[in-house]
Design a protein around this ligand. Structure first.
Ligand SMILES: Cc1cc2nc3c(=O)[nH]c(=O)nc-3n(C[C@H](O)[C@H](O)[C@H](O)COP(=O)(O)OP(=O)(O)OC[C@H]3O[C@@H](n4cnc5c(N)ncnc54)[C@H](O)[C@@H]3O)c2cc1C
Length: 376
C-alpha cells in the first residue's frame, strides 16, 4: 500500500524508460538534455543492468573485413554504408557525452585472423576498400601477414592478418558506470529490481505495471514511455521482429609478455578477442550452436566454452601460461533486418531495440533518434 508521500513523489513522470542498458540510459539522458525540466524515470528489472551492455566485449566501431563482406552482400551498397555511418555517429556521440578517459577509449586498431582453412576470396578486400571510399578517404583494410608471428599466433592455423586501423576498444563496465553516474547528475531517477510486466496506454497517460523484488505489483504513470529492453522487447510487444542471441565469453588471468593489443576476430566476427591490460577477453562461437544460443537465459554453454578454450590454447596463445578466471554470458537482440528498431508503437509508446550485437556503437544514436521521436 502506497503512502500519500509515495504517490505524490515517486509514481508520476513525464517519461519512463524501460531498461537500464546503454540504450535505455542514453535515451533517458537524451530526453533530459533536450528537455531539462522533464521528469524521467528508468525502470530496470535487474539489480544491475541484465542484458548485454555490461556483458559485452567493448569493441568499437565498424567491424572486420569478412563481417563487412557479408554485410555488403546482405544489405546492398547504400544500406551497408548507412549502417557504417550510423556506427560512426553513435560512437562519436558516446565519446562526446562521456569523455574518452571515462570509458577507457583506446584506438589500438582491429585485426582479423585469416584462417588457413577459410581463406578470404581474392579481390574482396580491394572491393570493400573501394566501396568505403565514399566515407573514408583512404583504404580501411590492409593485409599484414608478418603480424601472425609478431602476435605469436599459430602459423599452422593463421595465414594472414588484415588490419583495420579505425577500430578501438572501450571498458564497457566503466562506460556503463559513467553513464549511470551522468544520469544521476541529470537528476534521472533509476529504480532497479523493477520488472515491467505490462504497459497500457489510456487517453492521457501510460500505465506501467511492475513486479517488484518482493513479488508485489506497483503501477507507475508517464506521459510517454520508451521501451529499451533489446532482446527482451517482444515479451512486452510480441509483434516486434526480435530474436535473442546469447553470447559466451571468457577472460584469462594476466599473461606475462602478452603481445596482443587491440581488437581481433575471425570467422566473420563470430569469434572475437581483445586484450584488457594483460588479459585476453575472448567470446563468440554462437554460429556453432545457433539453436541452443537462441535464448534469453544466461546459462553457460559448455561445448562453446570448450571451443573457445581450444582456439585460445592452440591458435591464439600457443605456449603461453594462463588460467581462465572468468566466464559469463550476455543476451543480444537480432532480427531479419540488421538495423535497430526505432519506432512508435502508439502515440505515447516508442521502442528502441534490436541492437544486432552493435549496441556499444549504435546505442547513443538510437537513443538520440528515440528521444527526438518522443519529444515530438
Ligand atoms: C557477449 C557479447 C559481446 C558483445 N560485444 C559487443 C561489442 O564488442 N561491441 C558492440 O558494439 N556491441 C557488442 N555487443 C552488443 C551490445 O552489448 C548490445 O548491442 C547492447 O549492449 C544493447 O544495449 P541495450 O541497452 O539496447 O540492451 P541491454 O544492454 O540488453 O539492456 C536491456 C535492459 O533491459 C532490461 N529489461 C529487460 N526486460 C525488462 C523488463 N520487462 N522490465 C525492466 N527491465 C527490463 C534488462 O535487464 C537490461 O538491463 C555484445 C553483446 C554480447 C552479449
Amino acid at each position: 500500500m502506497l503512502s500519500f508521500w509515495e504517490k505524490k513523489n515517486f509514481i508520476h513522470y513525464d517519461y519512463i524508460v524501460i531498461g537500464a542498458g546503454i540504450t535505455g540510459l542514453s535515451t533517458a539522458c537524451s530526453l533530459k538534455e533536450k528537455n531539462p525540466k522533464a521528469s524521467v524515470l528508468v525502470l530496470e528489472r535487474g539489480l544491475l543492468p541484465t542484458g548485454a551492455s555490461t556483458k559485452n566485449a567493448g569493441f568499437a566501431c565498424i567491424g572486420s573485413l569478412s563481417e563487412k563482406i557479408s554485410d555488403l552482400e546482405l544489405l546492398g551498397e547504400s544500406k551497408f554504408l548507412q549502417l557504417i555511418e550510423d556506427r560512426l555517429k553513435g560512437l562519436a556521440m558516446l565519446r562526446k557525452r562521456l569523455g574518452d578517459d571515462n570509458i577507457n577509449y583506446q584506438n589500438n586498431g582491429g585485426f582479423e585472423l585469416e584462417l588457413k582453412r577459410k581463406p578470404i576470396e581474392n579481390g574482396q578486400m580491394e572491393k570493400l576498400n573501394e566501396v568505403l571510399k565514399s566515407i573514408f578517404s583512404e583504404n580501411v583494410f590492409y593485409a599484414f601477414p608478418n603480424l601472425v608471428e609478431t602476435f605469436g599466433f599459430n602459423s599452422e592455423m593463421v595465414s594472414n592478418i588484415i588490419i583495420n586501423p579505425i577500430e578501438s576498444q572501450i571498458d564497457s563496465g566503466l562506460m556503463m558506470q559513467t553513464l549511470w553516474n551522468y544520469a544521476g547528475i541529470l537528476q534521472i531517477k533509476i529504480i532497479t529490481g523493477a520488472d515491467v510486466l505490462n504497459v497500457e496506454e489510456s487517453n492521457n497517460e501510460v500505465e506501467v505495471s511492475v513486479r517488484t523484488l518482493s513479488d508485489e505489483s506497483l503501477n507507475f504513470y508517464a506521459q510517454k514511455i520508451a521501451v529499451c529492453t533489446n532482446a527482451f522487447a517482444n515479451k512486452l510487444f510480441p509483434q516486434l521482429d526480435i530474436t535473442p542471441g546469447r553470447g559466451q565469453i571468457l577472460c584469462t588471468s594476466p599473461i606475462a609478455d602478452l603481445k596482443i593489443k587491440g581488437t581481433f576476430n575471425f570467422e566473420e566476427g563470430y569469434y572475437y578477442f581483445r586484450n584488457f591490460e594483460n588479459r585476453i577477453i575472448f567470446g563468440g562461437g554462437r554460429n556453432t550452436d545457433f539453436e541452443t544460443e537462441t535464448t534469453t537465459d544466461f546459462l553457460i554453454n559448455e561445448s562453446i566454452q570448450h571451443q573457445l578454450e581450444f582456439y585460445l590454447e592452440e591458435m591464439i596463445l600457443p605456449g603461453k601460461k594462463y588460467t581462465i578466471e572468468h566466464r559469463w554470458t550476455g543476451v543480444m537482440g537480432f532480427g531479419k533486418n540488421k538495423f535497430p528498431i526505432v519506432e512508435k508503437i502508439s502515440d505515447r509508446i516508442a521502442v528502441g531495440a534490436r541492437l544486432n550485437g552493435m549496441g556499444i556503437v549504435l546505442g547513443s544514436k538510437v537513443a538520440d533518434d528515440l528521444s527526438t521521436m518522443l519529444l515530438m
